[in-house]
Write a protein that binds this ligand. Structure first.
Ligand code: 5CA
Length: 448
């Protein structure tokens, strides 16, 4: 992408309404724009980041055997009457009446709808286990939407649902998602800690929140420091095998949020020098709730003995839009965002310091084209802005590798590469720079 074509509405002033750094930076860098309280448009670089987050989530869901579908945002109230949640959900649900006076709603989650899909097709235990997920906008009429897309009313959710013939096999499905979540957050460059959690309006008796540590987080977390050193399941983890070892290892340490915190239990389970008490952001939440929806909604399969049984279900949520903000909370400095390459709005940037200089312009374009040819997502700053403004914009939007090309350097046979994360500057010959940057990016993107 050439910056002369890019819609990047950078704000000069610090937006006053933003209380936390991620919200401030997302507004300043023109990633999002508020349209109503808790409702946002995603502008080009915001959307690029969001899509890259979704890609990682998809890859890890698919690896774990889940099927991607797409359910609508608008649902019929009748489905929710079947499960009994239509009245229970209360004011957080946005209720709509259509022209035929039918009660509709903007989905806050999809347990009912996916159960309806399931019961329409699946009749035998032989077709199980099954896992269906989608990445779709949700609406929850939160009393206090705040912190930008961190807690918004409209937000993107990856919600997945598992179906099993009995509780034992449902727990295996739960473990598969547990492991795939560990991998997903790690690949996004985040340290997420699974914590025993309350189940709220989703219900059930087994649940974990995945929380990343951040000062501005809304939850308070209490855990054992050693949990931070546990290994992540590798890319070739066998999802058809028993995954208890991974789950047991990751749930062995005491780890709870303020919702269920008890001081006595914390002190009893964690030695003083290992205690970690910090704030955190919930980026994922998984639930096992048995037959809570399948029973009232009649989602049954014939078991091995021919008898019909209600299926055992679990649901598994990740918030990609919240993750965009959480990633910024975890990766920024005074100059702006520092994206991990895997989700950066651009993997590399080429700054042409003086666009009027023929050599600088030609060399910059040539390097830009070569990087593009290698499938690198690169931004060419071909504008006539002053160098200071160009540097500031690249740093603000957090481009990991920045190639700086100017007439003075070229005269000496030199270009500069700046690494956003470390601030390191490397001088190279113009014909070395593409390989250097391409190698770095390839290393960063390597599958873990
Ligand atoms: N049906 C279940 C799992 S599929 C469910 O709805 N779970 S949830 O309520 O915990 O939401 C799942 C994830 O969505 C959360 O972990 C969080 O990352 C994201 N999320 C929830 N509410 C919001 C919100 N108001 N703004 C942004 N993200 C949110």
């Amino acid at each position: 992408m050439r910056k002369s074509n890019l819609f990047l509405p950078v704000l000069k002033e610090n937006p006053k309404e933003a209380e936390i750094i991620s919200h401030r930076l997302m507004l300043r860098a023109g990633m999002i724009r508020q349209q109503s309280a808790g409702i946002y448009s995603w502008l080009p670089i915001g959307l690029k980041v969001l899509n890259k987050i979704n890609d990682i989530i998809r890859q890890e869901q698919n690896r774990a055997g889940a099927n991607e579908i797409l359910m609508p945002t608008i649902q019929s109230a009748d489905l929710w009457r079947e499960s009994g949640r239509y009245e229970d959900y209360g004011k957080e649900m946005l209720r709509i009446e259509d022209r035929h006076e039918r009660d509709m709603l903007f989905g806050p989650t999809n347990e009912e709808m996916v159960t309806d899909i399931f019961r329409g097709y699946v009749k035998s235990y032989k077709d199980l286990p099954l896992n269906l997920y989608h990445i779709q906008w949700k609406f929850r009429d939160e009393v206090r939407p705040r912190f930008g897309v961190m807690r918004s009313r409209e937000f993107l959710m990856k919600d997945g649902y598992s179906f099993d013939v009995d509780a034992d096999s449902a727990r295996n499905s739960y473990r598969r998602m547990f492991v795939s979540y560990l991998r997903t957050f790690k690949r996004l460059g985040l340290q997420a800690i699974p914590m025993a959690a309350d189940t709220g309006p989703i219900g059930g008796d087994l649940s974990h929140e995945f929380i990343i540590l951040a000062r501005t987080g809304e939850s308070e977390v209490f855990t054992d420091k050693r949990i931070l050193d546990l290994p992540t399941p590798p890319s070739d983890v066998d999802y058809s095998e028993d995954l208890s070892q991974w789950v047991d290892q990751w749930t062995a340490y005491h780890a709870v949020t303020d919702e269920i915190y008890e001081e006595a239990a914390f002190h009893e389970n964690v030695e003083e020098e290992q205690r970690l008490q910090e704030r955190g952001i919930e980026v994922g939440h998984i639930f096992y709730f048995g037959t809570k929806y399948s029973e009232p909604m009649g989602a049954k399969v014939a078991g091995p003995d021919g008898k019909e049984v209600p299926v055992h279900m679990g649901s598994y949520g990740i918030g990609p839009s919240r993750l965009a903000a959480a990633l910024i909370e975890a990766n920024h400095d005074d100059d702006g965002m520092i994206w991990p390459t895997i989700v950066a709005p651009f993997e590399a940037g080429v700054i042409c310091l003086n666009i009027k200089d023929d050599d600088a312009r030609q060399k910059s374009t040539e390097i830009y084209e070569t990087l593009l040819g290698q499938n690198i997502d690169v931004l060419l700053d071909d504008t006539s802005e002053r160098p200071g403004g160009k540097f500031a914009a690249m740093d603000l939007i957090g481009v990991p590798y920045q190639i700086i090309i100017g007439p003075k350097g070229l005269a000496k046979g030199e270009v500069e590469v700046k690494i956003r994360k470390t601030g390191e500057k490397i001088i190279l010959a113009p014909d070395e720079v593409v390989n250097f940057v391409a190698d770095k990016i390839q290393q960063d993107l390597q599958l873990i």
